[in-house]
Every structure is written in C-alpha cells, then in structure tokens.
Design a protein around this ligand. Structure first.
Ligand SMILES: Nc1nc2c(ncn2[C@@H]2O[C@H](COP(=O)(O)OP(=O)(O)OP(=O)(O)O)[C@@H](O)[C@H]2O)c(=O)[nH]1
Length: 508
C-alpha cells in the first residue's frame, strides 16, 4: 500500500485509500497511531534529557513508567501495522483486530490525557481527530461506540479528582473540591516552592512580591500548554485535511448527482425535466424587446429504424442525432431530449425568422448526416420540426391577463422550499381567495412569509403554464410538418396566422 507524495492530492489519496482492502486501511490507521505514539515517546525522551530544567514541572517518578508504557504501546501498534496488512481477506480476524486496535488506542489516549493532566486541547483534538481518522479507515460503528466510551472515560477521569480520588498525573495538579476552589494549574512542587518562599520571606522579614509568584506560575503553564500544543498538532493538521477532503468529495458527489439527475442517460443531453426547468427560468428572465422561440424536433419513421436495425441500432441513431444537435447549437442549456425520439430546443432572445433559419439548418444537418452502426451499416434519416415564437409583447399581455385556474392549482404540488404543510395550506387557501375575493389578508390572516411563498408559487405556475403552452403549439406545427410529408420545418406562427392551428389560451 505505498502512497507517494504526489498522491497526496485529496482526490488521488482518498480514491487510493477507499479502493484499498479493509485490512490495508486498518493498517494505515495503525501507522497513524504509531506516529502519534512516537511523538509521545520523544516528548518523554526530551524531558528526560532536559530533566534539569523541566524536572520541576514534571513528576519524574511517573515519567519512567509512562515512558515504558508508551514504548510498549508503540511497539504493539508497529507490529499491528504489518499484521493487519497480512490479514487481507480474513474478515472475521480483521474485525477482531479492529476492535483490539480501537480498545487499546482508546485506553491509551485516556491514560495519556489523565497522566498529562486533562488538557482540553489534547483531549478535544485527540477525541475528534481520532474519531474522524477512524471513521475514514475502519468500521464506523466500532468507532462511534469507541468515541462514546472514550468520551465517558475522559469525563470520569476529569471528574474523579473533584470527588476526592487522587489519580496520578505528571503535573501533580493540586486537588481541589468544587465549588469553592478551582482546579489549579499550579503543581504540588510549585506549591511547595511557594510555601518555602513564603516561609523564607517570613524568617528574613521580607515582602514576597506578586511578580515572583506569577513568574513561577507562567513558566509552568507555558511549558504545559506548549507540550499540549505539539502533541495535538499532528492530529489537528489531519483533522483539517480530512475535513477539507470530505467537503471536496461532497462537492464532487453533489455535482455528480446533479449531473445524473439532469442528464439523459442515452444521449447525454439534458433530460426533459431539466430542459423544462431551464425553459421556465429563461422565459421568466425575458427582457423587453426579446422574442422567445422553441423548436420541437421529431425523427421521422423512427419505428421502422428500430424494426430494421433493432432497438440498439435505434439507440445509436438517437445518440448520433444528439451529437448533430450539439454541433449545431453548441450550447449545453438549450437542447434537451424531450421524449423517446423527440428533442426540445429553446432559443431565448431569438426572433421567429432566425429560429426558422436555425431549424432549417438543423433539418439539413440531420438529413445529410450519415448514420454508421457498429457493424458498418450506413443509412440516413430525416426529422420534422415545429417552430413557435412568442414575442415579448405577447408574453406581457398573457402575463397581465393570466390567472391561475383551479385545475392548475390542484395539479401543482406547491412545493415550498422552507415551509411545512401548514404554510402550504395557507398558501393554497390564499390563492383560492385571491381569485374570489382579491387580496383579503385580514380574512385569511396571511403572514408575510406565506404571502412571499405565494407570489413565488404564482410565478412558477405561470412559467410552467406558458412553457407547456408554447411546446404544445410547437407540437401542433410539428404534427402539420409530418402531415405534409415529413423532413420539413413548420412555423406555428404562420399556421396560427392562417387559422390552421388555434390561438393558445393560458390560464383560462
Ligand atoms: N431504440 C429506441 N427506440 C425508442 C426509444 N424511445 C422511443 N422509441 C421508439 O420510437 C418509436 C416512435 O415511433 P412512432 O411514435 O410510431 O413514430 P415514428 O415511427 O417515428 O413515425 P413518425 O413520428 O410518424 O414519423 C417507437 O417505436 C418507440 O418504441 C429509445 O429510447 N430507443
């Protein structure tokens, strides 16, 4: 399981780690623990070397057994690194060793926190960092339980001195009892030194200054704080790295989910839902003097393509047509697969003449495109298209005259992003009353929020209605194109002007 430095980018590293077997991941966790234990070992070593200076802050009598324990634990986890990697596919054995790893590490950390003197920094970082690391690398249910047990153990270890139980710690912290005294950072040795200093001052008839006392206290506090800082640093760094990795992975998967939710699997174009949503958004953003066009395209005699070349051949044709559509329009948002062999192209800010030209160009491109199947068979197909353009003036008129119909209110599911069923209910009631009574707010006791939701709902309902209406008109034109022999473009606007297809009615 080698990980080189150039694999430390979050994507590569996380992919590598998650592709590993469970045994290798548990082995990596063991390696992390070895690194942490080594840090504790070197700390003991450093204090031993500099005992002349630090001996006054540390209970050396306790340092040696602790050092021995740290060494044994380090050796155990070092052995475990190799052992876990060797277990490989033996799941039962792996679960057993995972539990051993977690239990020993939890007890070890609780012991270190106890002996180092219940520092909130070490215990906090250790708990959270250990849990985060563990959850990435071994069975999460084990880690969660271990986290709860370790938390309880640390709380017990922290509280028992207040109950009069003296637990060993390197700092020999002063025992206190709540609520009168607070837990003291001044060690016993410091307290003794203080007592001696006070007695000496009494004998010499001198005044003991506060400065002397503070200097003594500061020296000790600084030493212990920096100790905790260095011991907690590797885990703190890991925590930030892991958090960043998780967020980036989350961003990636969100993007992936959205892509799949919006994309048609076969053609890789936008799917119908996304196409309609985009159309609704863009139509509501139409600016004065901008016309809005839609093209509905349906492949001709597609059933016979399926009959001749099989369903797979038909699928291939749909994919190739999608490529032609992409080449002609070159914009991701405007083209979607509307149905089986039907495609929707939305053209905001496009006047009718231009839309007809684009539709004609598309028809030609499809007709000229040579379809090639996997077995080398080649053939050509054609498409029929219906084009409809809604002018801004028309859109404005419809908007002004539009009223939500009861049928539409019932059809709409009234999804309110942040509101619950109660808000929904009020919104419903108010829309109905809006039609009948106008904005009778006192009668309906609408609060501000419901009123806001209501107007958003109105907009969504209007957008949905106008889009469906436009597509339906384009579909009528498409039907006429089919009727007149296929492989042609029909203008819904022209057909309406000639009275061949009826004028649409919105919200009627
Ligand atoms: N291969 C394949 N066929 C599909 C897919 N979706 C729909 N179809 C087929 O498309 C055919 C559509 O046929 P029809 O609606 O009768 O129309 P057509 O044969 O294209 O004839 P016209 O539209 O009148 O020119 C049906 O046979 C469907 O089974 C798909 O995703 N893949």
């Amino acid at each position: 399981m080698p990980v080189s430095i150039d694999q430390l980018g979050y994507k590569k590293l996380s992919r590598i780690i998650f592709e590993w077997q469970d045994a290798d991941r548990a082995s990596l966790l063991s390696l992390f623990i070895v690194i942490e234990v080594c840090l504790h070992w070197f700390w003991c070593f450093y204090i031993w070397v500099r005992q002349d200076t630090y001996g006054q802050y540390v209970d050396l009598g306790l340092l040696y057994p602790m050092w021995l324990c740290v060494t044994l634990v380090g050796l155990f986890f070092w052995w475990l690194v190799g052992h876990l990697a060797r277990i490989k596919n033996n799941d039962q054995l792996l679960h057993y060793w995972q539990i051993v790893l977690i239990v020993i590490y939890s007890l070890y950390m609780a012991g270190i926190i106890l002996i180092m003197g219940h520092s909130s920094l070490v215990s906090g970082v250790s708990l959270v960092g250990g849990a985060m690391l563990g959850m990435m690398l071994v069975r999460r249910s084990y880690i969660w339980r271990a986290f709860l047990w370790q938390t309880s153990l640390i709380v017990v270890v922290t509280l028992v001195p207040y109950l009069g139980v003296h637990l060993p710690n390197l700092r020999n912290l002063a025992i206190t009892s709540i609520p009168l005294d607070t837990y003291s950072y001044i060690t016993y040795s410091e307290t003794n030194t203080l007592e001696n200093a006070i007695n000496a001052a009494r004998v010499d008839n001198r005044t003991l200054t506060w400065d002397t006392l503070f200097q003594m206290r500061r020296a000790s506090a600084f030493f212990w704080r920096s100790t905790h800082m260095y011991l907690a640093l590797p885990k703190a760094l890991f925590m930030v790295y892991a958090f960043r990795t998780m967020l980036l992975i989350l961003d990636d998967s969100k993007e992936e989910v959205l892509k799949h939710a919006n994309q048609d699997v076969l053609t890789k174009l936008n799917n119908r839902r996304f196409g309609l949503t985009q159309m609704q958004k863009t139509i509501m953003a139409t600016q004065p003097a901008q016309d809005y066009s839609v093209i509905l395209l349906d492949l001709d005699w597609f059933k016979s393509i399926n009959d001749s070349y099989g369903h797979e051949g038909g699928d291939h044709v749909l994919y190739e047509v999608a490529q032609v559509l992409k080449q002609v329009f070159n914009t991701k948002e405007s083209v979607s697969r509307y149905g089986g062999e039907e495609f929707l192209i939305v053209l905001p800010n496009t006047e009718h003449r231009m839309a007809m030209k684009m539709a004609e160009q598309l028809r030609e491109s499809i007709a000229q495109h040579m379809m090639t199947l996997d077995d080398g068979t080649t053939f050509q197909i054609t498409a029929s298209l219906g084009v409809y353009t809604l002018t801004y003036a028309e859109l404005l008129r419809i908007k002004q005259e539009w009223k939500p119909t009861d049928a539409n209110l019932a059809k709409d599911n009234w999804t309110i992003r942040n509101g619950g069923p109660f808000v929904n209910l009020r919104a419903h009631a108010s829309v109905r009353s809006l039609q009948v009574n106008g904005y009778d707010q006192t009668k309906l006791r609408l609060d501000k929020r419901a009123a806001l939701d209501l107007s958003q709902q109105h907009q969504a309902l209007f957008a949905s209605e106008i889009c469906n209406g436009m597509i339906s008109i384009a579909d009528k034109a498409l039907y006429k194109a089919k009727e007149h022999g296929r492989n042609q473009v029909a203008s819904a606007n022209d057909l309406m002007a000639e009275g061949i297809i009826p004028e649409p009615r919105y919200g009627a």
